[in-house]
Design a protein around this ligand. Structure first.
Ligand SMILES: [Zn+2]
Length: 196
């Protein structure tokens, strides 16, 4: 059984990543509108009813914009932490809301999704590794600092989506931190030595 992965959109204007086999698939984040998600899925010849779960990394708009409509229209369960849900203002139907915990794998058909915490200016942000037949796909968004967890999981991945797009100066002001390198360089810096 093959595994198909796609970035429907990546960056500050929306994040939505597709990982699926022949029977089931998940989205990590749904940060573009439902209509745009449908359009892009169609273009890739991917049936949207194959999506069995949406995992939410954190509450920023570029990660959740399409979630409400997608979940309601296609009856898709949304895996989201309580903190992220309350921080997001999302109005989801209770029966479609499921919690997840860091390091605790969740099975979606033959896919296994494991969340781990990451460093980001959000309430309770996570990255994910999706596994299928011993193939691991990582989704690491808003990577600013290549923390220990990201490096550990990146090394286990056969493929990874890596996004790093925030403005360094804004972040420096916000957190009163100083960085020696731009974040995109930091993100690149851990690509080199890693790999399964
Ligand atoms: Zn964010």
């Amino acid at each position: 059984m093959s595994l198909f992965i796609a970035s429907l959109n990546s960056g500050s204007n929306g994040n939505c990543y597709y990982i699926g086999n022949d029977n089931e698939a998940v989205f990590v984040d749904a940060g573009i509108s439902c209509r745009e998600t449908e359009r892009r899925m169609k273009r890739l010849d991917l049936p949207i009813n194959r999506i069995k779960a949406i995992f939410i990394s954190h509450e920023h708009d570029d990660h959740i914009k399409g979630v409400e409509t997608l979940s309601l229209k296609y009856q898709i369960p949304v895996y989201i932490t309580d903190d992220t849900l309350s921080g997001s203002g999302l109005k989801l139907k209770k029966q479609f809301v499921f919690p997840f915990e860091k390091f605790k794998p969740i099975n979606i058909g033959n896919l296994t999704v494991t969340a781990f915490p990451k460093f980001h200016d959000a309430t309770n942000p996570h990255s994910f590794v999706i596994s299928h037949n011993k193939i691991n796909v990582g989704v690491f968004t808003d990577v600013g600092i290549a923390c220990k967890e990201v490096i550990k999981y990146f090394k286990l991945c056969h493929a990874a989506f890596l996004e790093s797009n925030y403005d360094e100066h804004m972040l420096v002001r916000k957190l009163s931190l100083s960085f020696k390198k731009p974040n995109s360089q930091r993100a690149r810096s851990f690509i080199k030595p890693a790999g399964p």
